[in-house]
Ligand binder design. Structure first.
Ligand SMILES: NC(=O)c1ccc[n+]([C@@H]2O[C@H](COP(=O)([O-])OP(=O)(O)OC[C@H]3O[C@@H](n4cnc5c(N)ncnc54)[C@H](OP(=O)(O)O)[C@@H]3O)[C@@H](O)[C@H]2O)c1
Length: 241
């Protein structure tokens, strides 16, 4: 079953950089309309201008929205449905990760991660899947991670969120079978620059042990992981995605 990308309206979360931006550029030549969602409005506006210039007739809508704010989701969907008439493809791409031994991490960052990586993804799907099923056509693409299929120390919450994406996507695919709505999960491996930018990591972490194993010397001791995580959590540090 092919999702209705051609001539369709595609909503992409996390379109201001990285994978989401690349997906927007890929689909711009096929879609009728793109809806770009992220917090950094200026980046979205610049991308929208570029895509409109490159693809005559393409409609591009920009929504600056903090997806960690649960109260922002209904107004977002209401406005998008009003201006577009309905979303044919939902790309749940927005997400981020953070490094650190779990008990030493800051709770607010964990909560924000859960809200963006799990709650927003699930809620947007719940709002938009029903009209897709009613129309008998649609597509949902959830961006998970190879970390959603594996385990490694130092990323417990992030990996937990991506395991949710894996389980949710596979079950949703079964729920929507035969409705005309395609459900796909994308599981990228490490993509530059996010993981390679993370302080304390010289190369992407890979899963070599079980969830019971301690952080190995190759990946750093508990203190090395927590120190790197503390730097990654600082305003000057960067987060892993
Ligand atoms: N990079 C990798 O190695 C890798 C590997 C596997 C999976 N992934 C997954 O791929 C997806 C995209 O990551 P990326 O590598 O492209 O990272 P990225 O370049 O940092 O992009 C993340 C996107 O999510 C948006 N976002 C983050 N928090 C948000 C919030 N609170 N509200 C709204 N938007 C938010 C960001 O936009 P604003 O900052 O403008 O809000 C940005 O557009 C994520 O789900 C990530 O987990 C990445």
């Amino acid at each position: 079953m092919k999702p209705p990308i051609d001539g369709g309206t595609v909503l992409i979360t996390g379109a201001s950089s990285g994978i989401g931006l690349a997906i927007a550029k890929q689909l711009a030549g096929r879609a009728k309309a793109l809806v770009l969602v992220a917090r950094r409005r200026e980046r979205l506006e610049a991308l929208a201008d570029e895509l409109r210039a490159a693809h005559g007739g393409l409609r591009v809508f920009v929504h600056a929205c903090d997806l960690s704010d649960r109260s922002a989701l209904d107004p977002l969907v209401d406005e998008v449905e009003r201006e577009t008439g309905g979303v044919d493809i939902l790309v749940n791409n927005a997400g981020f990760g953070d490094m650190g031994v779990f008990d030493l991490t800051h709770w607010p960052k964990n909560e924000s991660m859960l809200n963006v990586n799990i709650f927003a993804l699930t809620y947007l799907t719940h709002r938009l899947a029903r009209p897709m099923v009613a129309r008998g056509r649609g597509g949902i693409l959830n961006v998970g991670s190879t970390y959603g299929l594996s385990f490694t120390p130092g990323y417990a919450t992030y990996i937990g969120t991506k395991h949710f994406v894996a389980g949710f996507s596979e079950s949703l695919r079964a729920d929507l079978a035969g409705t005309g709505v395609a459900v796909t999960q994308l599981c990228p491996g490490p993509v530059k620059p996010s993981f390679s930018r993370c302080p304390g990591i010289s190369r992407p972490l890979t899963c070599r042990g079980s969830s019971r194993s301690r952080p190995s010397a190759a990946r750093g001791t508990r203190s090395a992981v927590s120190n790197a995580g503390a730097r990654a959590s600082s305003p000057a540090g960067s987060s892993a995605s």
